[in-house]
Design a protein around this ligand. Structure first.
Ligand code: M6R
Length: 611
């Protein structure tokens, strides 16, 4: 989950590393640290807490050096203290390491290294000391790193710098602990856990796969496998730029990203939704129509917000492509010995494309011979390389830890994918496909209309922000949105919230309802309206406070709610793209009123690379 950055070139590395860490802070913000190599010495500066603390401590006295590495930590082993912050040194001060992942056998290795002086409680610290041991045995740095990797269990991204080979950074990817991206500059090179951190410097990048090491010098990079064999790898130019990752006039990335949603949907469907003759052109879905015809069901997986998008996707595959579909958390799917085989199309959703649970679930599905498609927001990410085909959402970098724009873009991509699969299977004729595509094309404008409700939503937030529990109720296609609304509120405002299928309410949660309990009820005109109306009546009878998300002009439901937010009318399938938005804004404004750190909520990290 941690953020990793490295630089080698001719410029002063420290400010570059600190700026890179700033862009990576969403990865983890328990501590931060940098190490610079200068005049044959390694200088480490690190501290507990956010990067701003380290920056303030270094202000005006950055350590010198034109090669360095930096790390922002999401703590796993050992508290978020300065001693536990990365980078970690060996005994002699020869080798310094930053790391993302968990050394699962670190206790045994610590015992084995009892003659070494380890200074932290972390699992990571065994790495520089193992490397030191192999260097002392006469190995060169690359061999020592390869031998170290062979000794450690778990999944890892590791970057090593040493005064034995000044100016070269060694970066390794071992399993699915998060990405390693190499950035190509002119006479300088970069490494990072995330593409986003490199964008102000370069868009020319290469991604490491499992089992690969990059030996990165200012003049260029060579790649080797864990057994030392050379690997050919060419950089690609990614379509993101630095501007799209900047906050601009917005106070928070979360608000900026909420406001970008009409554009994200538009960009994700542009050139793919074909109007005449109706169809869908998904350039990277390399699965043949024959395979799509032969599959008997679809299994969708994802985590968190991406899982909620997958839940909507399940209905799309059933209603549009007429194929039985299931959905599960990637983490549950992995451990339930799900029955998948060559006749199951596995569709994963992941904004980062690096979430370990999703990657492991995809590996399992691959072992069972399932054809796989993935929806992802990060060009070149691991999920896109594992799957047989992919649909990239075109949101640009999502920086706020709370996902917003990638939810709606993923749902858009799944809708297109379901049309593609439905047409391949003959479940959908051109006329119906045309209707579905025309409906989708109206959505960016409608999302723009929903965003205009922001001032109204802000006022509601100011009335409700002191409540400690919320319930989100919905049915059918809106149930995943109720779960998403609850997730948003929990993560950014630390309010306890639950998303429930409204039909379940009478089977338990109704006991919670009293005059202190706000209930967000999604009651749009999508076939669930009448039943939701009854649920709202039941809540009102128990004095609950109802925030209704209703269809435009539905005065009957609006009159039963303390607060009613009107959504423009659309088709039942597309309402989730609208209803998600008022709940994002409500969470945002409530979090602000509660003084929470909206873009970097406590305990969280943007990309979850540990199980
Ligand atoms: O990168 P992914 O989409 O695979 O991430 C999965 C979840 O960690 C993520 O959706 C998380 O739930 C959201 N950031 C919460 O807003």
């Amino acid at each position: 989950m941690c953020g990793i950055i490295g630089y080698t070139g001719e410029r002063d590395a420290a400010p570059l590393l600190l700026d890179g860490l700033q862009r990576l802070e969403y990865r983890g913000y328990d501590s931060a640290g940098i190490a610079l190599l200068d005049g044959g010495e390694i200088h480490v500066a690190k501290g507990a807490g956010k990067l701003s603390t380290l920056r303030a401590a270094l202000e005006g006295a950055y350590p010198a050096g034109a090669a360095g590495i930096g790390h922002t930590r999401w703590a796993t082993h050992g508290k978020p203290t300065t001693d536990n912050a990365h980078p970690h040194l060996d005994c002699a001060g020869d080798v310094v390491v930053i790391h993302n992942g968990i050394v699962e056998n670190y206790l045994a290795l610590r015992n084995e290294l009892s003659a070494h002086h380890l200074r932290s409680e972390t699992d990571t610290e065994v790495l520089p000391h193992l490397i030191e041991r192999y260097l002392d045995e006469g190995d060169d740095l690359l061999t020592a790193l390869r031998r170290t990797i062979a000794r450690i269990d778990g999944a890892h991204a590791i970057v090593v710098m040493s005064r034995r080979e000044p100016g070269t950074l060694f970066a390794a990817r071992c399993g699915n602990a998060g990405g390693v991206v190499v950035g190509y500059g002119e006479g300088e090179m970069f490494v990072s856990s995330d593409l986003t951190a490199l964008l102000p410097e370069t868009q020319r990048v290469a991604f490491l796969s499992d089992g690969e090491i990059a030996c990165v010098a200012a003049s260029g990079v060579r790649y080797v496998s864990f057994d030392g064999a050379p690997i050919e790898k060419q950089p690609q130019v990614v379509p993101f730029d630095a501007v799209s990752a900047a906050k601009g006039a917005f106070k928070h990335f979360m608000l900026k990203e909420i406001m970008e949603q009409p554009q994200c949907i538009m960009d994700t469907l542009r050139g793919r939704a074909i109007f005449d003759p109706p169809g869908v052109d998904l350039e990277d879905v390399a699965i043949s129509d024959d395979v799509l015809r032969s599959v008997e069901r679809v299994m969708l997986i994802g985590m968190g917000t991406s899982m909620h998008a997958a839940m909507v996707g399940r209905t799309y595959f059933e209603r549009i492509a007429c194929i039985p579909s299931e959905v599960d958390n990637s983490s549950e799917f992995r451990y339930r010995d799900a029955l998948v085989d060559g006749r199951t199309l596995v569709v994963s959703v992941a904004q980062s494309g690096e979430t370990v649970d999703t990657l492991e679930a995809m590996s399992d599905a691959g072992r069972h011979g399932a054809p796989q498609l993935t929806v992802c927001n990060t060009p070149g990410a691991q999920t896109t390389r594992v799957a047989d085909g992919f649909v990239l959402t075109r949101c640009g970098p999502e920086v706020a830890v709370a996902s917003t724009k990638t939810l709606v873009a993923s749902i858009t991509a799944l809708y297109l994918l379901a049309i593609r699969v439905g047409m391949a299977r003959g479940a959908l004729d051109a006329e119906r496909a045309g209707e579905l595509i025309n409906d989708l094309a109206t959505i960016p404008n409608l999302v723009g209309d929903v965003l205009k409700l922001d001032p109204e939503i802000e006022k509601i937030a100011h009335r409700l922000f002191r409540h400690d529990d919320f319930l989100f109720l919905a049915r059918g296609l809106q149930y995943p949105m109720a779960m998403e609304g609850a997730l948003k509120l929990k993560e950014v405002s630390y309010i306890h919230a639950e998303g429930y299928p409204a039909g379940e309410m009478k089977h338990g949660p109704i006991a919670l309802i009293d005059r202190n309990m706000p209930i967000v009820a999604i009651a749009v005109d999508d076939g669930t309206r009448e039943k939701m109306l009854s649920n709202i009546e039941q809540v009102r009878a128990r004095d609950g406070i109802v925030v209704g998300i209703v269809s435009k002009g539905d005065t009957e439901i609006a009159s039963k709610c303390e607060y009613a937010l009107e959504m423009p009318r659309t088709t039942p399938l597309l309402y989730p793209l609208l209803t998600a938005i008022p709940m994002q804004l409500l969470s945002y404004h409530i979090a602000l009123r509660r003084g929470c750190d909206v873009d970097q909520p406590r305990n969280l990290a943007k990309t979850v690379t540990v199980e």
